[in-house]
Design a protein around this ligand. Structure first.
Ligand code: URP
Ligand code: ZN
Ligand code: ZN
Ligand code: ZN
Length: 461
């Protein structure tokens, strides 16, 4: 049966206009004023915005990390994402030395198959860049539709790769049409500062941040950019948290290089002093890069507004306080790094971005959906409301308000880092490929309805 969404205001990255949206099966088939609704189910969206479903380009579901496992799987994590207005996620498939890429990807398919309620794809971590791996990358792009490759410059002795690995990955990525992503922090410097802090008896959560200074992020960002220029390739810097990294990206883009950057809601609204909360509660705010002094926030907002940064990822990497964050009570190095953000990414950006006057409505759509679709080979199937596009649509009431709380969120985790923040605007209903996942704030989706996203090769947006 067809569906028609009536009376809403369609918002894309370029336009804002009132129109009906007609959906047949999974696709938008018509957009216009007073469309003929004969035989269609009528959905009233008066006084609401119709946004393209959010695309979260940075999640970690069911990921082993820090001696434990992230607490959301592909079902709980994607339900929470949908409640928050997200209809596609890109999750990081880890790999390790000695493993083939196909083995690593097979594990991620196992974790996710039949579990997601919205569409999902994978980025692939590159742990080593030997000849066999570099060769295999060709078929990963071709047959798996995985067109983004992640290299960690931090987490020494765990995930960190060296510059040779990064450089070879960049060269190969250029040949096969993939976008290289970096976690840009200088892992060697951080490792040394961490050892010194522990030797001096500093074990509290705040030392996680103090041993990962912003210049360690700026340096790694600049180094990754220089290697990208040398390889004439393309780079996407994930979770940019500070002015030092923004500056490196801005300079590179000024030169016309293919450098892109993502930031996250946590860096836009929270600061380093959260890690000083008493009774070890600072551990709830331990992730990498760490929260920064508050003045960095305005730099990040302005970089989003001016296009120096293009996307908002959640870096959703949830660990319960009880039993997981607590692993590091006596040693901040043992606090699993990450936070639960998938559900509030979209809402925080609307409230703190659009409502607070920092970005426009169209920029909001661009950073929460359209640019990610373009950079990661999903556009125009995803990332816009247009004839022929997937009917991934968020019906959003800008006049409603909600207060973020662990008592009401849907993430499988026992705290919310944004607890108590009042948000202007609220997700009312969410359609994924024409089917309701959230209807009038109730979950009506089905486990396994989410499809794997086979993505196109990188093309400059
Ligand atoms: O602390 C974080 N961000 N955990 C997830 C892994 C990563 O670095 O993105
Ligand atoms: Zn990272
Ligand atoms: Zn301060
Ligand atoms: Zn991450």
């Amino acid at each position: 049966m067809k569906k028609i969404i009536r009376g809403g205001t369609v918002v894309t990255a370029s336009d804002t206009y009132q129109a009906d949206v007609l959906i047949d099966q999974e696709k938008v088939i018509a957009i216009g004023e007073s469309l003929d609704a004969e035989g269609a189910e009528i959905i009233d969206a008066a006084h609401c915005y119709l946004f393209p479903g959010g695309i979260d380009p940075h999640t970690h579901l069911s990921m082993p990390f820090g001696g434990t496992m992230t607490s959301d799987d592909f079902t709980t994590g994607t339900i929470a994402a949908a409640f928050g207005g997200t209809t596609s996620i890109l999750d990081f498939c880890l790999s390790s030395k000695g493993q083939t890429l196909q083995e690593a990807i097979g594990i991620w398919h196992e974790k996710s198959r039949g579990k997601a309620v919205i569409d999902y794809g994978f980025h692939l971590m590159i742990a080593e860049a030997n000849d066999a791996i570099l060769e295999e990358l060709g078929s990963v792009v071709e047959h798996e539709g995985i067109t983004s490759l992640k290299v960690f410059m931090a987490y020494k002795n765990v995930l960190q790769a060296d510059d040779e690995t990064l450089f070879k990955t960049l060269i190969r990525a250029k040949e096969i049409g993939a976008l290289v992503q970096v976690h840009a922090e200088n892992g060697d410097v951080i490792d040394y500062l961490t050892q010194k802090a522990i030797a001096a008896g500093h074990t509290e959560p705040i030392y996680h941040a103090l041993t990962r200074p912003p210049e360690a992020e700026g340096e790694a960002t600049g180094r990754a950019i220089a290697l990208t220029a040398l390889a004439d390739a393309q780079l996407y810097v994930v979770h940019v948290s500070c002015a030092q990294a923004v500056q490196r990206i801005a300079e590179a883009r000024e030169k016309g290089w293919n450098i892109y950057g993502e930031t996250c809601p946590q860096y836009l609204v929270l600061d380093i002093h959260e890690l000083e909360r008493p009774d070890f509660a600072g551990a709830k705010y331990v992730w990498s890069p760490p929260l920064r002094e508050a003045w960095h926030q305005e730099t990040l907002w302005s970089a989003l507004g001016s296009g120096i940064l293009q996307t908002i990822g959640s870096d959703h990497c949830p660990f319960n306080f009880v039993g997981q964050k607590e692993l590091g009570r006596d040693d901040f190095r043992k606090i699993p790094n990450g936070g639960p953000i998938i559900e509030d990414r979209f809402g925080i950006l609307f409230s703190e971005g659009v409502h607070a006057g920092r970005i426009s409505l169209n920029q909001f759509v661009d950073v929460t959906s359209t640019k990610a679709a373009k950079l990661f080979g999903l556009f125009p199937k995803k990332g816009t409301i247009a004839i022929g596009s997937d009917a991934d649509i968020v019906i959003f009431d800008p006049k409603a308000t909600r207060v973020v709380s662990a008592n009401t969120h849907h993430m499988n985790v026992d705290y919310n880092p944004f607890e108590g923040i009042k948000l202007q605007g609220d997700v009312v209903s969410v359609l994924s490929r024409g089917n309701f996942v959230i209807r009038e704030r109730q979950y009506v989706g089905s486990t396994g309805a989410g499809q794997y996203l086979h993505r196109k090769r990188f093309a400059k947006p």
